[in-house]
Design a protein around this ligand. Structure first.
Ligand SMILES: [Cu+2]
Length: 168
């Protein structure tokens, strides 16, 4: 009986290491459309509670609006584009380059969900990678491994969360 129990735990931990990490609820979304990306942070840093999450916005994503979460401060930092883009009839040179939630906390055994509404670029077939820096009370995890074009991002050790763009 005891032996069975141990086997069960081992199988469970293998399954959860593939499922865990920092991932979007939806890894596919329509190109050229608004999308609310929901990022799940599934655990802390080696058992430590998480108290900071930074999401790097890839090039081509515009009109970024993060969701405010009770108990957290949310900040955006802007980047200046080389060439202005036309958004809603206006020329824009500064776009959101990253979003950071800080000041809150959640334990290793819980998950938290961070949302960003955004306009996706109209480039079906492309994979957008969103590197994430997860800060904890001590230590940090950097979810910034980027898969090559024909590589499986799930196979990476600390993959950046990604969204595949589908035809609209
Ligand atoms: Cu994980």
């Amino acid at each position: 009986m005891k032996h069975f129990f141990k086997l069960g735990i081992a199988a469970l931990s293998i399954a959860s290491s593939a499922q865990a990490h920092v991932v979007f609820n939806e890894t596919e979304a329509a190109a050229g459309a608004f999308h609310t990306a929901q990022l799940r942070v599934m655990h802390g840093c080696d058992g430590e509670p998480t108290n900071r999450v930074t999401v790097i916005i890839p090039e081509g994503v515009t009109r970024v609006t993060p969701r405010a979460i009770s108990g957290w401060t949310v900040e955006v930092s802007m980047v200046t584009l080389d060439k202005p883009i036309l958004l809603h009839g206006f020329e824009v040179t500064d776009v959101v380059g990253s979003v950071t939630w800080s000041g809150g906390t959640f334990p290793d055994y819980a998950y938290e969900q961070f949302e960003i509404r955004m306009m996706l670029p109209d480039t079906p077939g492309e994979r957008l990678d969103f590197p994430v820096h997860q800060g904890c009370e001590t230590g940090e995890l950097n979810w910034d491994d980027i898969a090559g074009h024909d590589e499986d991002p799930w196979a990476l050790k600390e993959p950046a969360p990604f969204i595949f763009l589908e035809p609209n």
